[in-house]
Ligand binder design. Sequence first.
Ligand SMILES: [Zn+2]
Ligand SMILES: [Zn+2]
Ligand SMILES: [Zn+2]
Length: 553
Amino acid sequence: MQRRLAFRNERILHRKTSAATGKEIISIFRPDSPMKVYEHEAFYSDNWDPLAYGQDYDFSKPFFKQLQELMVRTPTLALFDEKSTNSSYCNLVVEQKNCYLVTAGWTSEDCMYVNRGDHNKNSLDLYICGRNEFCYDNVYCEDSYRLFYSHTCKDCNDCYFLYDCRGCSSCFGCAGLRNQKYHIFNKPYTKEEYLKKIKEFDLGDWNVVCNIKKQVEELRLSVPHRYAQIQKSTNAVGDHIHNVKNAYYCFDFLSGAENVKYSHWSSGEFRDSYDTGPGTGGNSELLYESVSIGVQNARCMFNFVVWYSHDVQYSINCHGSNNLFGCVSLVNKSYCIFNKQYTKEEYEKLVPNIIAHMNEMPYIDKKGRVYKYGEFFPIEISPFPYNDSIAQDYMPITKEEAEAKGYSWGEVQSKNYNITKLAADLPVKISDVPDDITQETIGCMHEGICQDGCATAFRIMPDELKFYRNLNIPLPRLCFACRHKDRLKQRNPMKLWHRKCACVGEKSENGIYQNQTKHFHGTGKCPNEFETSYFPDRKEIVYCEQCYQTEVA
Ligand SMILES: [Zn+2]
Ligand SMILES: [Zn+2]
Ligand SMILES: [Zn+2]
């Protein structure tokens, strides 16, 4: 998984010169990277031919060495965005409309600062969320409308600060509720009382929002947690997977899947696949050891960004193609090897010879690791420094550790923004924010000294200001990178621990336990055991499905 992650940069963007037009464009590749990047229009134009970069396979050199050379000399897309309109700074996305800084997702409209979303509309600051409208600052939320500052919710409308709630409307600061209305901090109110109380919270005030977030975190720790978020599934092991059949060690599926193992981050169903993602699904089947592979693919192995294709192996940035082996940036091509056109008969004869050669003369990296046929690309040939790739989000290491392992590391580029306003000097209430705030360069509160890849400064876009004003949301104090890392910290790792149910058979009051410590790991009376992404020393009360259903659902 680490190797696949190191070949995926979702949201670290750089300015880079287009090799097609000489213009300065936005790219996931660094300005000093040897990768040749083309903007979308240039890449899909008839002015160049990727087959012109092709070569005969060289039986005197390891396969991966030759593939790296082909990858560097053949132009590639600056950003991987397909079928998008009026959207900028979007990467690894398909069918976005009027979006800004939306990364790793499908089919969203009028969204900003979303990472890993699908079918969201008019929403900002989401992480792993699908089919939401007018939502803000949520993690793992689905099918909701006007849901704010929430985590792991589904079908919730007009709600704030929820954790693990379903089918709720007009609820505030609640955890573990099902089909409830007019609850505040898990206590029921009449409609009139509720509306009166909610008005008393000044939600357009930054300090109020921060205080409520702290209160809700305490509440969250006092309610039982389901050992894993798995619904409508059979024979499933993992977390945040629904409508799956026969899934093992899988995480973060926004749609269903069947017969899959060791895969993560998908939207759109997929089946019969192993070791795929992030960026998998999308009506695909028979995928193996591939990253960013999720759009209508079949029989694809060892690839990095291959969409709408079948029977493709060891290829990079290829689309609408079939029967490719070791190709880069091909569109609508068949029977090519190292960007050279062959007949079907020639192709079928040469591929087994190359596979045999990959095993006879394997690639050996700087640290002596051996890569034969059947292995994903070595990290050392990734076009991204380790810390620009999402490997740094999900399997973070230090610069020293990266160097010891032979992975490249990108130095932090000095940003030198001319900061015109500090986050601390922003108006506390959204109602006090003047129109000209969109002209300011605001200094991020973390000032670049955190471990979040802080951009040090950010701007408020006019549409963004409108959104905050309409929905009474105070201005953010952090740049997008730091806000994203805050949400990332709220998720569990993609790892499972074997644990015992913590249920002691004591009834709660409104779903809240008074004596939390009694419920910690290993003290429960229930004999059930399970695989969970909550590691044993965590503070959450973790229940088996049966006990959870009795208490919460
Ligand atoms: Zn920052
Ligand atoms: Zn930060
Ligand atoms: Zn139990």
